[in-house]
Design a protein around this ligand. Structure first.
Ligand SMILES: Cc1ncc(COP(=O)(O)O)c(C=O)c1O
Ligand SMILES: N[C@@H](CCOP(=O)(O)O)C(=O)O
Length: 464
């Protein structure tokens, strides 16, 4: 198993190099050269497996033999032992044929923990085997940063630099990033929005001299291992509802397109998924793209689901690669258009392929609040605002096939928005008690590559 760049101008890599490399040197994203296949009989035989065992079974083909089986088994078991629910990612029914896949039982209460706890251990393992260090960056609209800091804090081989948009994350999200005491983590409040932070991370990767000097790596969903780990819960939830003998659909609250791309990958691997439904908030670039074929960025607007306040949706590039029949030239043209004019138009055959798998819908802030209120009243179930955007969209697509809504965050991460919607203030779980009183430690930086590289260059232990 090799990994190829969506832009076709970077060398194909094995699994360990792809994980350490993050963004390909040509600016593209790594994707497996082929999709591992699981037959219906094989999927049936996965029923009843504990979550770590399912992860081991599904993900081993992606490793290309590079991580020894006992090491990967240890990594998977340790990663999911950090979750506070025995099932790791349980499924709860909240309506007629509507189910919620709870992805928020990890240490930082967001779905990012599912992949990040595995990725940190994988990276540590590879770096230790090679006797290397790495400088890790992450851009965050709120959740990736906290999950990355929790997973990497105190790890000796890595320094972690998280770029978050100053004043645009929830107070709980901010404190999860700024109150850690480990000396290898750095929270950087960038004067800009999430797209600016993600742009800075990509610019650092594209500055090859800097990238090599600090041994740069990234743990956003540009990193293949993030997507890979997220594939598992599509299988676990679908199997729990009868797959492969009963197909299911998924609605996914979407920003950077990583989570739903993992669903697409699960389908390519043999999981019978009827529809994949993209749910957006007012930052609805993906819903507009599916409707018109034109991917056009507009300004980011702040919403009550801040983690989805994204316009440049990084992983859409992986889908374009797939939909064009893996035509790296076409992807390069689209991405050049995006860079030059903030827009590109998807050609008809590729658009048709995308529409054959995906639907999309949007929830305004008022619709999101109404969904929180109404779900609490009808089902005694409290949604966070991100999950509520997806629930709103899911209901418009509900039918005979079970609909699984991905619940990407615990409501306690967004208490103000939840309280305003329904009058209930969700409290933090016991292990996060006192979070809001802890001392904060972060550095405010302007949104310039020069200043961010200067800061990282001075603080990264891997810098040469
Ligand atoms: C709570 C929450 N929901 C949904 C999303 C969107 O996920 P993705 O960026 O993988 O599309 C994010 C951020 O990524 C998030 O933090
Ligand atoms: N919503 C994310 C944005 C970054 O997404 P990623 O999946 O590419 O890391 C966040 O909460 O930071």
């Amino acid at each position: 198993m090799n990994y190829v760049s969506t832009r076709g101008d970077a060398p194909a890599l094995g699994f360990s190099d792809a994980v350490l490399t993050g963004l390909a040197r040509d600016g593209g994203l790594y994707i497996p050269s082929e999709w591992p296949q699981f037959s219906a009989a094989e999927i049936r035989s996965m029923r009843g497996l504990p979550y770590p065992d399912l992860a081991i079974r599904l993900l081993t083909p992606f490793l290309g033999g590079e991580i020894a089986a006992p090491a990967f088994e240890r990594i998977a078991r340790e990663a999911y032992a950090t979750f506070r629910h025995e099932a790791v990612c349980p499924v709860v029914q909240t309506g007629s044929n509507i189910f919620v896949l709870e992805l928020f039982h990890g240490p930082t209460l967001a779905f990012k923990d599912v992949a990040m706890q595995m990725l940190a251990r994988l990276m540590d393992h590879v770096l230790a085997e090679r006797g290397q260090r790495a400088t890790i960056t992450a851009a965050t609209s709120g959740d990736t940063g906290g999950a990355a800091i929790d997973a990497f804090a105190g790890r000796d081989r890595t320094d972690m630099f998280v770029l978050f948009p100053h004043g645009r994350v929830s107070p709980v999200q901010q404190r999860q990033m700024t109150t850690h005491t480990a000396s290898n983590v750095h929270a950087l409040a960038v004067e800009g929005n999430f797209d600016d932070c993600q742009g800075l991370v990509k610019d650092m990767f594209n500055d090859h001299a800097f990238r090599d000097r600090v041994s740069l790596s990234g743990v956003n969903s540009i990193n293949w291992a993030r997507i890979m780990a997220q594939i598992v819960y599509y299988f676990s939830s679908a199997i729990s509802l009868g797959a492969p003998d009963r197909p299911v659909s998924f609605t996914v609250p979407t920003g950077n397109f990583g989570d739903i791309f993992a669903g697409y990958a699960a389908k390519r691997m043999g999981l019978p998924i009827e529809r994949l439904i993209i749910a957006t908030n007012d930052n609805d670039i993906l819903a507009r793209t599916l409707a018109t074929g034109e991917y056009r960025t507009t300004g980011v607007v702040a919403t009550t689901s801040p983690s989805m306040d994204i316009q440049v949706s990084s992983n859409f590039e992986r889908l374009l690669f797939e939909a064009t029949g893996r035509d790296a030239g076409a992807v390069r043209r689209y991405m050049a258009g995006l860079k030059q004019s903030g827009a590109f138009t998807i050609e008809a055959p590729a658009l048709e392929k995308i529409r054959a798998e995906f639907d999309a819908g949007r929830a305004s802030m008022a619709e999101t609040a109404e969904t929180i209120r109404e779900t609490l009243k009808a089902s005694s179930y409290l949604l966070d605002p991100h999950t509520a955007t997806a629930m709103h969209v899911a209901r418009q697509h509900a039918g005979d096939v079970p609909m699984i809504v991905l619940s990407t965050a615990h409501p306690a991460k967004f208490p103000a928005a939840v309280e305003e919607a329904c009058g209930v203030t969700p409290g933090l779980p016991a292990w996060l008690e006192g979070l809001m009183e802890r001392e904060e430690r972060f550095t405010i930086l302007p949104s310039t590559l020069e200043m961010v590289e200067d800061y990282i260059g001075r603080h990264a232990r891997a810098a040469r």
